[in-house]
Write a protein that binds this ligand. Structure first.
Ligand code: ATP
Ligand code: MG
Length: 354
């Protein structure tokens, strides 16, 4: 009933009014009976003032008690370095203004703690990214520099074949560096939502066929079988063709990279209730269950005890997932250690797209 401070104050004042009124009635009665007007009036004024003071003190104490508690909580929050949010036990929405103030402050303090946490995470992430980037760039750069310096210093002593082979190695490292910088740049822009898809209608069945063709030679070199199962009834989709090509390339590249010679890599494309479905499966080494959740994280590479630098940044799947999500699709993986891997991508038709 007395939820607001105002109503509580009004109730107390009403009490004072009733008490003073009662006293006045009694005093008037006595005054009429006996003729002690002055004494009674003085008693009445003193009584009324004392009563009002007492009532004011009670109200004041009642008000400041909770304000004091709130002030202590705010101080504690500040001295904790904004790390511990303020905890409020009292009922929130049903309480008076001070309760609501306390609840609002508890909420604000929680938000501050969350935001500071998020900022700290972003900062740690940025530092880790910087460390990874500089490491990844250093390795091919150092190799390139090494080969080029050898070429310069020993130009006369090297045979034509040796010179050509050194130049080829330097060019390969240069290419790798270029791809790495491209991946890093694209992932950063995808994560910052700076890249927008440029949708156009195209046949994903034809695109998959073209991509598979591009990898045929490499599969033959690696003594792997690259098979396709492309349903001609697959509908056309509206999407960014360059980005979807990148998705297919990343998945096939991974499948080939992590499948030993003699293995098979299969690319399937077909219609799906929500649009189209693309599968890339292999008979390779597979991914252990505990690693599955992390492979889409940027810079996540499974440590399989390979010696030296494998030359992969661990960005491919992070980029792939971002692209698929940008198109409103999903990507999932099924695998187990030693039992091959299957990536399943679904993409919407995207007519009302992006
Ligand atoms: N088909 C696959 N079979 C087995 N492991 C895989 C497969 N695809 C991905 N992985 C594992 O997931 C990790 C992350 O893959 P991702 O494509 O993001 O990075 P990467 O291939 O190592 O490097 P990048 O693609 O940047 O050159 C890989 O290091 C690999 O261990
Ligand atoms: Mg990859």
């Amino acid at each position: 009933m007395f939820r607001t401070l105002y109503s509580r104050l009004a109730a107390v004042l009403m009490g004072v009014f009733v008490a003073v009124g009662g006293l006045m009635i009694v005093a008037t009665q006595t005054m009429l009976e006996r003729d002690r007007l002055l004494v009674l009036a003085t008693d009445l004024v003193i009584g009324a003032v004392a009563f009002s003071l007492l009532a004011a003190l009670v109200v004041f104490h009642f008000l400041t008690r909770r304000l004091r508690t709130l002030a202590e909580a705010v101080d504690a929050f500040r001295t904790s370095g904004f790390a511990q949010p303020v905890r409020i036990d009292e009922p929130g929405a049903a309480g008076d203004e001070i309760d609501r103030l306390a609840c609002a402050f508890a909420e604000i303090s929680e938000r501050i703690v969350d935001q500071l946490d998020a900022l700290a995470k972003v900062d740690a992430h940025r530092r880790e990214l910087l460390a990874n980037v500089s490491h990844d760039l250093r390795t091919p750069l150092a190799s390139m520099q090494g080969y080029l310096e050898t070429l310069l210093l020993q130009e006369d002593k090297l045979t034509q074949d040796e010179r050509r082979s050194y130049l080829l190695i330097a060019a390969r490292h240069c290419e790798r560096l270029g791809l790495l910088v491209r991946d890093l740049f694209d992932l950063t822009r995808l994560e910052a939502h700076e890249i927008r898809a440029r949708p156009e209608a195209f046949s994903i069945a034809e695109l998959a066929q073209d991509v598979a063709q591009k990898f045929e030679l490499r599969a033959a070199h690696a003594r792997q079988q690259l098979v396709t199962d492309i349903d001609a009834a697959t509908p056309a989709i509206v999407a960014d063709i360059g980005m979807i090509e990148r998705v297919l390339e990343n998945l096939i590249e991974n499948a080939m990279r992590y499948t030993p010679p003699g293995g098979t890599v299969a690319l399937g494309v077909g219609p799906d209730p929500g649009g189209v479905i693309v599968t890339v499966s292999d008979t390779g080494q597979g991914i252990a269950a505990e690693e599955l959740a992390s492979i889409f994280d940027r810079y996540y590479r499974i440590d399989r005890g390979e010696r030296g630098d494998t030359g992969n940044a661990g960005l491919g799947l992070a980029i792939t997932r971002r692209i698929v999500e940008l198109h409103g699709g999903t990507i999932a993986v099924e695998s187990g250690a030693g039992s091959g891997t299957r990536f399943v991508v679904t993409l919407p038709l995207g007519r009302a797209a992006q």
